[in-house]
Design a protein around this ligand. Structure first.
Ligand SMILES: Nc1nc2c(ncn2[C@@H]2O[C@H](COP(=O)(O)OP(=O)(O)OP(=O)(O)O)[C@@H](O)[C@H]2O)c(=O)[nH]1
Ligand SMILES: [Mg+2]
Length: 684
């Protein structure tokens, strides 16, 4: 078991396409873990190995790898930057000890950048900033730093100052040691004198660095105020203290694609970011007594770990991935405190891109996989049987978009069994059945998310699914009251049919359903036929009168009728009931009810006006406003029909910054012009 002080567990985060996977690749290559630096654009990346990732040139799943740099074991967690896979990123933030936050020097800070920076702050993750793509045209280091300062809840402090930019990006000055480095072919760098034209700037930024880091240590601040200087070692002490408390984020620079600045970044990971031991002890509860307990991130603590991901591996079967928080695990079983069972396991693995490496023992800070567990699922705490503990499961996002799923003829069963297995892997997917429309709905984080699920099922299980916008479950109800006679009479030779009933109908409050009251006196309709009347009414209600949607929330009173000793039958009374109902509903007047969703939309102040205006144009009603530390939260009720593509629309309106949740709220009468459209569409 290696020294835990030498472990770094780092999530790589940042805006979509900013170069996270390329950076992971460059780090693995620089550290000698891989022989060749693969490329996203050539589909040869170690971290984006999934077929869909290769096809789409983006990360879909969090992927894992590790390398050794200067005797430190660095565990890398490469997260997706696209909103469709937001939950993967969110889970990663919850199990990492620190982050490398990548910002693209060309596009700077965008909505999504802010969103991920908020994750880091929310979870108190110490982080380094890496300004990437310095080699690209229009790369602008200082502008990017200014944007970070003004837009992100992270305080940057420049550690590496670039030498040159765009095609001329050739090195950096390490401000902590006041040394300049020129990139060489391969991954090395050569020490040079600080270029003439940078001398003043270096002095200025080094002074800023000292001033900033001195704050985090009483001794340092005293020394700095007295001497106006700190030694290199003192700068490092202050830098570590400030970074590990999340107060500052040291800035490194480079080009992941050209493998420039990567060795220096790895050095900074080792020198500045915390080991698992430096992270706070984790709090959980005893599964039986419920009492709070804590586990220190030490090897000689009782074993505890959090299962944060489950995935289907084509070779290894179901892989369960967990992060160890305390103690060590070897042998062949652990206790699953969440499920209250002992579970046996086989080989322990480290995940290395698409490959797995067998290991014998694991300890704090490590991200580990085991295959083919029976009981354990995502969110479970696994631990030492003698010292059980349950940690709060990582938080997940709720799905925000739903599509109707259709199978190919005859493949329904195959499709749904495949979907069930995919659901096991992906906690942001939901499969539900809409009772009214009889459609099966697949809900997820975005359209691309669901398309990827489709592609994955086709590849893994050889089954195809088609997704369509779901039908909206409108309903109908009545406005007034009516008293109507329904008579069904047929005489065509032989035995005829005769049923006759008079009903009164009246509206009930929303959500009250259907009430049937039998007020027949003197047996004008014999007892045995009366349930048939009710049945006929209910069938007519289900079929709808106005536009084919079920009629709800009304009361029917059966008040009168007549019968024929020979020709009456249950069937005839059912028809009479149905006729009476249709006529009565029309007389009472019908309206269309439409489903409303409840939405909470979290955006920055700047976008609140736009979002409100847009909600208004979607016939939404703002029910209230709230705010958290950094954002405004709009709570609204909006017709379901108006927000079927809200995930895409909100991303467009807020440049990716907005987050929302959506759930069913209630039914409301649709305005006449909307109802007319729906009715005429259904009449065609
Ligand atoms: N010029 C240049 N291009 C880069 C650099 N780093 C990444 N790229 C390119 O940027 C694109 C996106 O790179 P990825 O590594 O997939 O970015 P990512 O952040 O992992 O993307 P997602 O995981 O999809 O969010 C690819 O075309 C890379 O080749 C860089 O330092 N310089
Ligand atoms: Mg990626």
């Amino acid at each position: 078991m290696q020294d835990i002080n030498m472990i770094r567990n780092v999530a790589i985060l940042g805006h979509g396409h900013c170069g996270k996977s390329t950076l992971a690749e460059a780090m693995l290559f620089t550290a000698g873990k891989i022989k060749r630096q693969g490329k996203i654009d050539e589909g040869s990346s170690t971290m984006d190995f999934d077929e869909e990732e290769i096809r789409r040139h983006l990360s879909i799943n969090t992927s894992f790898n590790n390398c050794t740099w200067n005797k430190h074991d660095i565990f890398l967690v490469d997260t997706p930057g696209d909103d469709n896979f937001l939950n993967e990123t969110y889970q990663a933030v919850q199990i990492a000890d620190s982050a490398v936050f990548v910002v693209d020097a060309v596009i700077g800070v965008k909505g999504q950048t802010i969103k991920f920076a908020n994750f880091i702050v929310e979870k108190s993750l110490p982080c380094l900033l890496f300004i990437n793509k310095m080699d690209r045209e229009r790369a602008n280091f200082i502008k990017t730093i200014d944007e970070i300062k003004s837009l992100l809840p992270i305080k940057p402090v420049i550690l590496h100052l670039p030498i040159g930019s765009e095609a001329d990006f050739k090195g950096f000055v390490d401000l902590a040691s006041a040394t300049a480095w020129l990139f060489e072919n391969g991954n090395g760098a050569k020490k040079i004198d600080i270029p003439e034209d940078l001398v003043d700037q270096v002095a200025e930024y080094r002074e800023k660095l000292m001033e900033t880091v001195a704050e985090f240590d009483d001794e340092l601040i005293e020394k700095f105020l007295e001497n106006g200087e700190l030694t290199d070692a003192e700068i490092m002490t202050g830098l570590q203290a400030g970074t590990r408390t999340g107060s500052i984020a040291p800035v490194c620079v480079g080009s992941a694609l050209l493998n420039k600045g990567i060795a220096a970044l790895l050095d900074s990971i080792n020198n500045v970011l915390p080991s698992p031991v430096m992270r706070p002890a984790l709090l959980g509860s005893h599964p039986v007594t419920g009492e709070m307990e804590e586990r220190k991130p030490l090897a000689d603590e009782h074993f505890s770990a959090m299962v944060f991901k489950t995935m289907a591996d084509p070779y290894a079967g179901r892989l369960t991935i967990f992060r160890v928080y305390s103690g060590t695990l070897s042998g062949d079983s652990f206790y699953n405190a969440s499920k209250k069972v002992n579970e046996r396991f086989g080989q322990l693995y480290l995940l290395e891109g698409k490959e797995q490496r067998a290991i014998d023992m694991v300890g704090p800070g490590m991200i580990v996989a085991v295959a083919k567990l029976k009981e354990t699922t995502t969110g479970d705490t696994i631990c030492d049987a003698g010292h059980p503990i349950i940690y709060p499961a990582p938080q997940s996002f709720e799905p925000v978009i739903s599509f109707a799923v259709h199978a190919k003829q005859g493949e329904e069963e195959k499709l749904f069994s495949a979907l069930t297995r995919i659901l096991d892997e992906d906690l942001t997917l939901r499969l539900t059945r809409d009772q009214q429309t009889a459609e099966v709905l697949l809900s997820g984080m975005g359209q691309v998310h669901l398309e990827v699920v489709g592609a994955r099922m086709k590849r893994k299980f050889g089954v195809e699914m088609e997704l369509t916008l779901p039908k909206i479950a409108y309903k109908e109800t009545i406005k007034g009251t009516a008293r109507v006679q329904g008579k069904h009479k047929k005489q065509s030779g032989g035995r005829g049919q005769f049923g006759d009933c008079t009903i009164e109908i009246m509206p009930l409050a929303h959500g009250e359903g259907f009430i049937f009251e039998d007020k027949i006196v003197g047996g004008v309709i014999p007892q045995q036929y009366r349930p048939a009347v009710e049945k006929g009414i209910q069938e007519a209600m289900e079929k709808g009168v106005l536009a084919g949607y079920p009629v709800v929330d009304l009361k029917v009173v059966l008040v009168d009728g007549s019968y024929h000793t020979v020709d009456s039958s249950e069937m005839a009374f059912k028809v009479a009931g149905s006729l009476a109902f249709k006529k009565a509903a029309q007389e009472a007047g019908l309206v269309l009810l439409e489903p409303y969703t409840k939405m909470t939309i979290r955006v920055d102040k700047e976008h609140v006006g736009d979002i409100m205006g847009d909600l208004n144009s979607r016939r939404g009603k703002v029910m209230g406003m709230d705010a958290d530390a950094t954002h405004e939260i709009i709570i609204a009720q909006v017709p379901m029909a108006e927000v079927q593509s809200y995930a895409t629309d909100l991303t467009a309106m807020t440049a990716g910054l907005g987050i929302f949740t959506v759930s069913f709220s209630h039914y409301e009468v649709a305005p006449a012009h909307i109802a007319e459209k729906i009715i005429s569409a259904n009449a065609q």
